[in-house]
Structure formats: C-alpha cells, structure tokens
Design a protein around this ligand. Structure first.
Ligand SMILES: Nc1ncnc2c1ncn2[C@@H]1O[C@H](COP(=O)(O)OP(=O)(O)O)[C@@H](O)[C@H]1O
Ligand SMILES: [Mg+2]
Length: 225
C-alpha cells in the first residue's frame, strides 16, 4: 500500500525583502496509513508551512509531494483542490467555525460542498457530533460553545468526509491544559477507531509522546527525537 503522504526532498523558499527566505530544505517524510506523527519545533521553524505543503494547501518550491502514490506537482490547482478535499482534514489552533451557523451545520458543510442532500448531511453530522460527546450541543452556534467544544466541532468537521489523514496545527495551543488533553485524547481515539492517520504539530510534550513518531523541525528539515 502506498504511503498516504510522501514528501521527497521538499524545499520551500519565500520571497523576502532581503532575498529569499528558505524555510524548508531537503525534507523527506513518509506518512503511513493510520500512522500518528507528532511534529515539534521552535516558533518560526516552518511547522505550519510544512503542514500546508503536506496538505496540498501550498506547493513546495523544490521536491515532490506524493499523495497515495500520485505525484502532485503536475496537477492543476483545481485537481489539487479535489485531491485535498478527498484525502485531507485540517484542524488549526483557532477553530475557524462559521459564526452564523450552528454546530451541526458547520460539520455538514464539507458534505454539502460534495453535493450531499441536506437531510443526509444533517444525519451524518449529528451522528459524528454524538460520537464526540456533543449530541446536546448540535444546535449551538460557535459563540455559545466553550473553547474545547468549539475545537471538538472543528475536529468533527475535519473528519466528517472520512479523509485519510488529519493534519492538526497546534490544535490545543489555545486551550487550557485539561481541555487540551481532552481534545488530544479525542484525536487519538479517532485514530484508533477509524484508522485515520494523524499529523499533529504541538509544543506539548505529553501529547507528542503519545504519537508513534515524534519529529523535530529544525534547520528546514525533520529530525528524529
Ligand atoms: N506566505 C509567507 N510568505 C513569507 N514568509 C512566510 C510565509 N509563510 C511563512 N513565512 C515565514 O516562514 C517561517 C516559518 O513560518 P511558519 O511555518 O509559520 O513557522 P511555525 O509554524 O513553525 O511557527 C517564518 O519565518 C515565517 O515568517
Ligand atoms: Mg505555526
């Protein structure tokens, strides 16, 4: 079975006022089916840049990103977006839920975008919220939810369309310690129950330790810790 995501010799350079800013360089990583990987690294080391590239939200300036055996550099933006929609789920430090929609409507959004009927999308969304302990929060708008609940809804939205991999960029960074542990626990359970691969960027050592592999991003590349 091919790796879910393979990064081969990936580089990412940004144009900067004083020449080029090289953030990633010669970075190679293979994410297996159902694997859990924690990525740590100093602020500004390129962790978010890496996740955006792994998730095909951004393109590398060198090297290759291969999704399930499919090399992506020759894909058009539209093809890349459809591959991303089919294979990737994202969770960020801030939930990015749509404020005017309630929890189940937010979760249903990726299904509606795929052309599912409203009734079908609502049923699936309520089911997944129930599985995450949010059954009685389904009608609440984001500002009526606690930080931990908001993040759980964001996770539900990220996985509702059954992606192969969940890319989480400091998903507990905005939560207190106990709430952060709860949210992290939920991510591990999702991995165990559904087999979704998980790549989590975190500064929290307790969380990082639970991943099968912990890698540190430093000098543009990943180091085994
Ligand atoms: N779109 C961009 N344009 C220019 N520089 C960027 C861009 N995105 C990130 N950077 C720079 O790349 C470096 C790494 O940023 P980032 O990936 O956000 O780091 P981290 O997530 O590890 O804190 C930083 O110096 C940042 O300023
Ligand atoms: Mg970041």
């Amino acid at each position: 079975m091919p790796a879910v995501i393979e990064a081969v010799n990936v580089g990412r350079t940004f144009k900067a006022p004083k020449g080029a800013l090289r953030v990633l360089s010669g970075l190679t990583l293979s994410i297996g089916n159902g694997e859990t990987i924690a990525i740590t690294g100093a602020s500004g080391s390129g962790k978010s840049t890496l996740l955006q590239i792994l998730g095909c939200l951004d393109r590398p300036t060198a090297g290759q990103i291969i999704i399930e055996g499919r090399e992506t550099s020759s894909l058009s933006d539209r093809e890349l977006a459809s591959l991303r929609n089919a294979s990737m789920g994202f969770v960020f430090q801030f939930h990015h839920l749509l404020p005017e929609f309630c929890a189940w409507e937010n979760v249903a959004m990726p299904l509606l975008v795929r052309g599912q009927s409203l009734a079908q999308a609502e049923e699936t969304s309520r089911k997944i919220l129930g599985g995450l302990g949010l059954e009685d929060r389904a009608e609440h708008k984001p500002n009526e939810l606690s930080g931990g609940e908001q993040q759980r809804v964001a996770i539900a939205r990220a996985v509702v369309a059954r992606p192969l991999v969940l890319l989480a960029d400091e998903p507990t960074g905005n939560l207190d310690r106990a709430t952060g542990q709860n949210v992290a626990q939920l991510l591990w359970e999702l991995n165990q129950n559904t087999g979704i691969a998980l790549v989590i960027v975190t500064h929290n050592q307790e969380i990082a330790q639970r991943a099968q592999r912990t890698l540190e991003l430093k000098d543009g590349t990943l180091w085994t810790r």
